[in-house]
Every structure is written in structure tokens, then in C-alpha cells.
Write a protein that binds this ligand. Structure first.
Ligand SMILES: [Zn+2]
Length: 308
């Protein structure tokens, strides 16, 4: 059955969830594509059996609080639309302090990040690098690729390929290659896991300040309306208490919450439609997914508009 047909049947029948089955795959779950009509129905009545078929999303960022700034509203919206969401900062945030020793700040930032992830119902993944030491190297790539195979994300959210610091750009490169290698059995991952066939669509968040390192403005392909999620975003960010304290002292009270609002407001203005927005650019499909695959847009419906 084709996708358009399925959506028509859903609309006509008033059924909320539809599954596209493709039996020509090794693992049953890889052959199932889910389509849901969110705009017409509440999302509170997903049957229990359905969880095993849940689509997953992973946000892979560099530092504790990057997901909060650039990706969290989209993650919340995807969670609300029935996706299982995963939260991963590759670095431990140990440079984000002038008052704590390394051991103390690593423990604090881990707890803060776990708390932030829990606040939106995300699965937390442990950091694997120090700040300023996220390198595009084989051991790190093998670890990132293993997680991609483990959770088989339909949607991968990560940093912009061009961003203001190397940790962000290296995180992006690692995430992209890890997704690219998901179906290559000869590529060794750590810990070892079987290759997977499932498509993964990669989306890049906005760079910090919406500019690349050469000071050029970066405009997204897709805008996600986060006006109604802004309080939840700032609540999530404020859970990074050690950063709040540090930035309050160096840059003024609640400056980082203001920065989050300002960045989202700038994108809202760019969208011409929303008051606050997050922005995404979809990675070229080659090696990742189908030409027209755009699962983020499919999942979020009216919350998303394309750049004109
Ligand atoms: Zn960062």
C-alpha cells in the first residue's frame, strides 16, 4: 500500500495511526513505516503494543545545553507526536566553569544534563569526550556509530556543518558519518552491533548566532514553531544550574535564558509566520534516506513551514 493511499484511508476512517508494512525486509520492525494524523486527534491514546514500533529520534550535540538552545523544542514536539526521543551531548562540559575542579564539574554537568533530558522524557546517553577534545577520529566515530545502530533513528538532529566552534562541527561530522555507516557490516563499531538497513534522515540545527564562522547569515529550510514550547525550553535550559551561575556572574542575570529567547525570536522573524522558531536544514539524502524523505516535516505537520 502506498503512503498517500494510507493517509487517505486514515482521513476517511477517522483512525489516527496507520502502519505501512513492507515484508521484504529481514527484521519486521524495519519494514514498518508509521503514519499518524496528529492534527485531527489527541495523542493520548497510543496502545501499549505500539511502543515497540515507535519511531526514534536522536539529538547529538557537543556540550550540555546545546540541545536546549538549538534542538529542544523540536524534540519536545516529536515526543508529543509519539516519537521516542534520545539526548546525547558528546562532551562532558568540564570547561564551562571557573570555580570547580574537573571531577566536580563533570559530575555536576552530568546530573544537570540527565535532569534536563528527564524533564522532556528523553533517553539520556553518556558523554564520551572532554570539551575541546571532540575529534573526528576512529575511536569516537566507532562509539557514535554503535549508538546509531542500537537505536536506529528515523530522524537524526545535529549541529550545523559550519558553526562557531570546532566541537560543534566535529560533532556534526561524527554524527553524519556514523549514520552513513549504519548499514556497512565491515565498519567496526564500539561496542559491536549489527549493521541496520533503516533510512536515517539527518537535519542540521542552526549555528550559534545564526551565522557561520565566516560571518555569513545561515537561513534554515524548515522552521518549527516553538512559541508554545518556549517556557519548557527555558525551564529545560535552567536545569543546567552551573551554567546559569557562571553566565549570570559573567554576563548578567538570566542572560542565557534571554539569549535562547532572542535566538528563537530571530528565527521566528525569519520565518515570517511564527513568533519563536527553531530552524533546520535537511542533509542531502544520498547514503541516508529516500530523495523525498522528510520525516520531521511529516511528523510535525502544521508546526512546520518551509522557507519560501
Ligand atoms: Zn556547544
Amino acid at each position: 500500500m502506498h503512503e498517500a493511499q494510507l493517509l487517505t484511508y486514515l482521513k476517511l476512517s477517522g483512525i489516527r495511526v496507520g502502519l505501512l508494512m513492507n515484508f521484504n525486509v529481514e527484521l519486521m520492525k524495519d519494514g514498518i513505516r508509521r503514519r499518524v494524523l496528529y492534527s485531527l486527534f489527541s495523542v493520548s491514546s497510543v496502545p501499549p503494543w505500539y511502543n515497540s514500533l515507535m519511531k526514534t529520534v536522536i539529538a547529538i550535540a557537543a556540550h550540555p545545553d546545546d540541545i536546549e538552545f538549538f534542538m529542544s523544542g523540536t524534540l519536545m514536539a516529536l515526543k508529543d507526536s509519539g516519537h521516542e526521543i534520545h539526548y546525547w551531548n558528546l562532551a562532558n562540559g568540564y570547561c564551562g566553569t571557573t570555580q570547580y575542579d574537573t571531577e566536580t564539574i563533570v559530575r555536576m554537568r552530568r546530573e544537570e544534563a540527565m535532569n534536563a533530558a528527564e524533564s522532556i522524557g528523553a533517553v539520556f546517553h553518556e558523554s564520551i569526550c572532554n570539551d575541546l577534545e571532540i575529534f573526528y577520529d576512529k575511536p569516537t566515530l566507532a562509539k557514535v556509530a554503535s549508538v546509531i545502530r542500537e537505536i536506529a533513528p528515523e530522524i537524526l538532529l545535529t549541529h550545523s556543518p559550519s558553526d562557531y566552534m570546532e566541537d560543534h562541527m566535529n560533532t556534526c561530522r561524527l554524527a553524519v558519518t556514523a549514520a552513513f555507516a549504519r548499514g556497512m557490516p565491515n565498519f567496526p563499531v564500539d561496542p559491536a552491533r549489527d549493521a541496520i538497513e533503516q533510512p536515517a534522515t539527518v537535519y542540521h540545527a542552526q549555528p550559534y548566532s545564526h551565522h557561520d564562522p565566516m560571518r555569513r547569515l545561515v537561513t534554515p529550510d524548515l522552521f518549527v514553531n516553538v512559541a508554545d514550547l518556549l517556557d519548557r525550553k527555558t525551564d529545560m535550559l535552567s536545569r543546567h544550574k552551573s551554567q546559569k551561575q557562571w553566565l549570570d556572574e559573567s554576563q548578567g542575570h538570566d542572560s542565557y535564558l534571554e539569549t535562547l529567547r532572542d535566538l528563537d525570536h530571530q528565527l521566528g522573524e525569519m520565518s515570517g509566520q511564527f513568533e519563536y522558531a527553531e530552524g533546520w536544514r535537511r542533509h542531502l539524502h544520498l547514503g541516508f534516506c529516500g530523495l523525498d524523505d522528510d520525516p520531521l516535516r511529516d511528523a510535525l505537520g502544521e508546526r512546520v513551514i518551509a522557507a519560501s
